[in-house]
Design a protein around this ligand. Sequence first.
Ligand code: VG1
Ligand code: CO
Length: 543
Amino acid sequence: MHLQTIPTDPIEGQKPGTSGLRKKTRVFMGRHYLENYVQAIFNAIGGVQGKSLVIGGDGRYFNDRAIQVILRMAAANGAARAIVGQGGILSTPAASHLIRKRHSDGGLILSASHNPGGPDEDFGLKYNTPNGGPAPEHVTDRVHAESLRLTSYQIVETSDVDLETLGQTALAGMIVEIVDPVADYAALMQQLFDFDAIRALFAGGFRMRFDAMHAVTGPYAKAILEDELGAPRGTVVNGTPLPDFGGGHPDPNPIWAKDLMDLMLGPEAPEFGAASDGDGDRNMIVGRGCYVTPSDSLALLAAQAHLAPAYSAGLKGVARSMPTSAAVDRVAASLGIACYETPTGWKFFGNLLDAGRATICGEESAGTGSDHVREKDGLWAVLLWLNILAVSGKSVAELMAEHWARYGRNYYSRHDYEGIPKADADAVINRLRAALPALAGQTCAGLVVTSADEFGYEDPVDGSVSNGQGIRISFEDGQRAVFRLSGTGTEGATIRVYLEALRTDPGQLTLDPAVALAPVAQAAEAVSRLAEMTGRNRPDVVT
Ligand code: VG1
Ligand code: CO
């Protein structure tokens, strides 16, 4: 075993996006690519000498190989301890919890989330800070800068570490501790929720299906829902993590979790359905005959969280990403608590959670979470829903109907245009940006624009500023269109168009969402000329 300093050249294209660095797996497997990025992270955080790191991932192809490289590099850079999920597995929220619980100096999470996995698909890696959350922009900027001036990296030459056997071993002076990936997380969930009430719910015949989409939450969901809470065996489907997620996108939405949708909207539907993504931080919620949009789920959870023990004293505040619908704003107003609007990406919630300004946060992309960790948390959202269902005794459809009757309904849909040549996507956004100053007061496809701007955020805790976070155009009557470029794709550019329309009239609460959103969809096209400029007549994915 010996320490090596390997000369290397800076590698272009190591700029982290919305959630860490995501690239084609073969790019990560390319010569020095992973090594450069890991060394850049270590350098950016002032080295890892004497530090402890949590390491784990969603089990996708290359997860295990990458962990071996990271461990050898951490040891070579003088780290004192690596805490690794058994088999290299840790869901993103479980990793966040472990970083916090073990007071470690941060963690490395290997995942490309909901993106497909495999040698020709996607891989990703991100650094989370000691608070358990994704690195904020000033840290990722430093990582990028380090990646551009790197001349060498440190690694020890040694045989592979056994990732399967629980317990401690040594690697070139560094302790490698292999831990059960589920136990600590399951214990945390037990503290937050009324497990007795949920157990009684299942004992009383309540049935659900949890689709783990062949991704990381399978073992967590089986341990908690089936073993702990008494849901029948078979409640969790697709529960074994596979390196290629069974060939699909582990993306919990009505498109990629179609089997679950079909079940829930069909005659054999159980009371409740849920799914989670590749790394376990997203959730989809669907009741019998009733799909719940992520924005509505956030609002409902904020309104009913007091039914769960951890939130019985009320919420300090809530936060949502800018493109997320304003449904939760209406709940916050009624509760008399603050509601923050942040840029897309969980890293922007970190300061609000740390400062105790927000308790529950969420994104329209199926991410919801609270101050129990510093990541969004798929199973947490499912358990909070179960807790609310158990204590209220109501169905998902009843809860949503009552919610809309009280607060109004924010109809919502996101249209994704994928694989657009970057120049074309930039042209659409640049044209829109240039048009913004003259838009207010104009009529677009029959709707009057009430305001139009490009979202910029000043963090209320540390004052840091993030500009260029999406174009938002508000129309009369609570209708809104938002345009932004994805920061997580690995091929071409993805334009996301987010559409919203508020209806408060009791007769307007059960429309077909496509009908409710048709006027704002037309106005969005009129104002952006997206179809005309990209030649795309319809979105690739509608959620
Ligand atoms: C997407 C979502 C965003 C989410 C991010 C990471 O980003 O829109 O809401 O935070 O993915 O999710 P973008 O830039 O492609 O729109 V995931 O589950 O990493 O962990
Ligand atoms: Co994810």
